[in-house]
Write a protein that binds this ligand. Structure first.
Ligand code: FES
Length: 195
């Protein structure tokens, strides 16, 4: 089964979510579209009904995109929640490629499909799922995400001490402190300086 769209077909393709991504060297552009079989009672059972992609650029990334398309479309379509958990190593292993962790590289199609899922959450106004799909764990000891930290700052916890006290970030091994401070400084700059 061919899930690839020509550049012309891609222009008019309708979908529930769209995402695109370039390779690290910017020589390849991959666009992806998903149609979702929505489960309104149990959103976690939403599944990809159809995944399509278009490809412009260097052919060395094509086989990873093809394999990803197969994985997402097979057995009636992968659950959205499972697609969000996919990693590069899952695709390499489906292709029987043993790539050393140090030699791993990003597969743009994977980033593009995750953007398409995020776009689906935006289009359907599923705020909590959107939040979960876009947050990043900053403090692994206390499982505190970037969004937890941002929310705490917005509520007025604008010093490291106060942030740590309210979220728990930085109260374990301390290795996340630099990133917590980075978010704090970025947020301060965005607000033109929090008083
Ligand atoms: S990662 Fe945050 S305290 Fe250990």
């Amino acid at each position: 089964m061919n899930y690839e769209l020509s550049v012309q077909q891609a222009e008019t393709h309708m979908s529930d979510g769209f995402g695109k991504s370039k390779s690290a060297d910017a020589k390849t552009l991959i666009k992806t579209w998903i149609k979702v079989r929505r489960d309104r009672e149990i959103p976690e059972f939403d599944a990809i009904e159809e995944f399509k992609w278009s490809f412009e650029g260097e052919d060395n990334l094509r086989k990873y995109t093809e394999k990803l398309a197969e994985m997402l479309n097979e057995n009636g379509g992968m659950f959205i929640e499972d697609a969000l958990k996919l990693k590069e190593k899952d695709i390499f292993s489906m292709l029987n490629e043993n790539i050393h962790p140090q030699d791993m590289f990003a597969i743009p199609a994977l980033r593009a499909v995750k953007k398409a899922i995020v776009n689906y959450f935006e289009n359907t106004k599923q705020k909590e799922r959107l939040r979960k799909a876009t947050e990043t764990v900053i403090c692994h000891c206390r499982h505190v995400t970037d969004l937890d930290i941002q929310e705490a700052i917005e509520k007025g916890h604008n010093t490291l001490e106060s942030l740590s006290a309210v979220t728990g970030a930085g109260t374990g091994c301390n290795s996340c402190i630099g990133r917590v401070v980075e978010i704090l400084n970025r947020k301060k700059t965005a607000f033109g300086g929090i008083k």
